[in-house]
Design a protein around this ligand. Structure first.
Ligand SMILES: [Zn+2]
Length: 90
């Protein structure tokens, strides 16, 4: 007997996470690629990370490369017609 595989599809939407507790704006952070030290993340403002990178190089002239990290949060929600549309997310 041939196994039967049933594939179903449901519509989902992907967008920015606007749930309570989610950051409203992107997080910005700079991380030194030489030593791994980080500016820490600030919400919605990249200037603190940029200023931290400049200060870090000023204090350690050999540390001149940084990973610029911008983090946004997404949420997947059921689209109309999706069987999960009427359920409350956990
Ligand atoms: Zn460093």
């Amino acid at each position: 007997m041939t196994p039967r595989i049933i594939i179903t599809a449901a519509a989902w939407n992907l967008g920015l996470d606007t749930e309570e507790g989610a950051p409203e704006k992107p997080l910005f952070e700079a991380q030194c690629t030489s030593c791994g030290h980080s500016s820490g993340a600030t919400e919605g403002r990249r200037l603190p990370a940029e200023a931290w990178a400049l200060k870090h190089t000023g204090e350690r002239p050999g540390h001149r490369s940084f990973r610029a990290i911008q983090t946004s949060f997404w949420r997947v929600t059921p689209a109309p017609g999706n069987p999960y549309a009427s359920e409350v997310a956990e």
